[in-house]
Design a protein around this ligand. Sequence first.
Ligand code: XMP
Length: 531
Amino acid sequence: MRLFYLLKEWENSFTWRIGGIMDRILVLDFGGQYDQLIARRVREQQVYAEIIPYDRISPQQIREASYSGIIFTGGPNSVYAPGSPHYDPAILDLGIPVLGICYGDQLLSYMAGGEVSGAGDAGEYGKVILHASEHILFQDVPEESVCWMSHRDSVSRVPKGFRTIAETQNCPSAAMADDIRKLYGVQFHPEVTHTEYGRQILRNFLFRICSCRGDWKVEDYAQTMISGCRDQLKGKRVLLALSGGVDSSVTAMLLKEAIGDDLVCVFVDHGLLRKNEAESVVRTFRDELGLNLICADARERFLKRLSGVNDPERKRRIIGEEFIRVFEEEAEKLGHIDVLAQGTIYPDVIESGKGDSAVIKSHHNVGGLPESMTFDQIVEPLRDLFKDEVRSLGILLGIPKELVFRQPFPGPGLAVRILGEITGEKLRILKDADAIFREEVLSGEPQQMPDQYFAVLTDSRSVGVMGDSRTYGYTVALRAVSTDDFMTAQWTRIPYEVLEKASSRITNEISGVSRVVYDISSKPPATVEWE
Ligand code: XMP
């Protein structure tokens, strides 16, 4: 039997998902690369924003949802390109203020009867001086400021009812306004930090034009969510796979607040976690935070299944399959479960609704679930939150800071950091090396703290000398990266002293290692993980 996805029901149950929040901004998604950033910037102003693809919501639904304002995002298309995304013109008649950004601005103009022209190959990219007129959108913004542009086409004639309210050297209509209908467009990107007064411009739109109050708080969200879950899940048994990562941990604590011991968490110890991590997860969540937690010790069976496997993608697949099997067995022991809880967060929801992107590595391999498992419902209490909001919620729910702010850790764990076959011996070496490196980075207090840092066990051995003897041990690679979004990453300039101490400790304290190297590759062309 298949899972019953009741997500549709969830999508319609705004009343308790975000109950009590009156001000909401719709970010109408035309495929721009900064869509999530726009929503984040709005939420930073304590106004709730949600991203919906332009063709997934009708004017009628927009009216019923009583949005305070709509933002048309950027996008990679030209308004003239066949099949380029267009909005339903009835949206402009709803009486809801609209702000078009970049492609959204061009589309607003084009569909309202204005003109958009290509700038040949020139376009405008990067920082540009913006000359702004006196206008409500530019209140508290100087006449001259830096804005950030990234476009080829631009508005060459504003539609009837609009007037130009800002310009740059190459863009005669860098912003336009129809104050009667409250329709606005900006060619530049107010959401990126390079636009000096971008935040102020968005604030003007939200508070001065859309009359938002700015009362969205993650605390209110938590309260609404907890009482909503309490009502909807009353008397039901809920199962959650707890990995110890932020999303599943916060989901667990939120549901515990709502339904206490009716929530059963299963933690699968596959033996590929960092040193002492499994013990720490169990201690924190079961002993300190009082979760109803089952720890499935599956270390041996994972090692057995991985024995002799070298191919990274095969390792990932095996881990994913085995994880499901263990989880399924544990669930079976528990008897009937009504609801499955998942730690899905907003970027997962948005990304899964978007088109296919190139698969470089198969991620989320600990995500699929067996079709034979039956649940009546799926509950995803964090599906409206961004990562930093999930973290704030985690702190609010009493999860220790170290866990809430911990660096990302891949689902397949250390398996993708051990090149070649995984053995107990290699796991021992890597766990110890990784623990030493993390300890040294933390105690070295580098000026720039990496966003992710770990050790990798390469499959190559080299000659060394210890005392009077020749050794032939593994090469450990240390990796530290700085990044905003993990899509691209720079290798971090870790102080030499920290590297020196880590290297010396690793070779001295761990038998079987004769060499330590530091990875100075950025992403691209390398990836963060080695496999
Ligand atoms: P890459 O190696 O793709 O990593 O540059 C980018 C970020 O994703 C994490 N990562 C994974 N996370 N399952 C996960 O849950 C995976 O298979 C996986 N592979 C990489 C990686 O740690 C980094 O933060």
